[in-house]
Design a protein around this ligand. Sequence first.
Ligand code: P6P
Length: 336
Amino acid sequence: MQTKKNKTLGEFIIENQGSFQYSSGELSKLINAIRLAAKVVNHEVNKAGLVDILGTAGDVNIQGENQQKLDVLANDKFIQTLKNREIVCGIASEEEDDFIKINSHDERHQNKYVVLIDPLDGSSNIDVNVSVGTIFSIYRRVTPVGTPVTLEDFLQPGNNQVAAGYIVYGTSTMLVYTTGDGVNGFTLNPAIGTFYLSHPNMQFPETGKIYSVNEGNYVHFSQGVKDYIKYCQEEGKGRPYTSRYIGSLVSDFHRNMIKGGIYMYPKSSKASDGKLRLLYECNPMAFIAEQANGKASNGTKPILEIIPTELHQRVPFFCGSKKMVEKVETFINEKK
Ligand code: P6P
């Protein structure tokens, strides 16, 4: 992986296309499509406070959550951009009840890829001007090319991902992604609309001093998770840790990858499988974490090994610095 700083995302994709095992150029076109959609959504997110985009779209998505207007806009932009590029045969989204079949208008386009997206994660933060993000996950289809995509193409274990990434719309807008050969971060120069390689070869520190969890749910957590949170707070070697949780997975994950830390969304007596969705939140973030020498677990097994059973299924999620994830797994397994 060539990682000289300051090259553009476009140059980076072309230079590293050969290192991707299926380098047919389609994946590059796919990443480029995501790049374009990211710029469009970034433009809307950045002006959200200025035009009537704030507030809800009046609908409720399959998750039972109020759809924010920007959720709907981001969802539409990513789906339209991916459809227009004649690259994918199917799309699944947090904002769509079922997956979308994309039948090629041109029989020459034997589209091989399916994309799963959380178009605007953390959207409850939109109205209060806190960072939000887009998460994407890419697989090769497993059913015969040229036939309509099926649910089987989406219910693949995270280990099958060919690429995954996120865009964080923060103090600066960054696109961070992996194709299985390390993790690289690109920062958008909004003046010229170009992403530049700003964070080559991103790696989770092996351990850290930040833990991210919604402690408002503490009384509902399992004893093992409670014990780990108390461990983070006790005086001890390098402890107490610092609690940092902003209610936006992409932002908490991104900060923890740079500084070292763990993000947790455990199951609880209120949410028996936790809150985060396996296919378009946990799997892509887990692929990035593992590629950055971090770790991602449901508390007892690697996220990437879970065999999905439903499009919108939820799993408990512990992700970040390897030694911190291993520690919370130890606490959980002691109290199983
Ligand atoms: P809670 C946003 O809805 C999200 O999926 C993640 O981005 C975030 O970390 C989490 O949910 C926040 O959930 O229940 O703590 O408000």
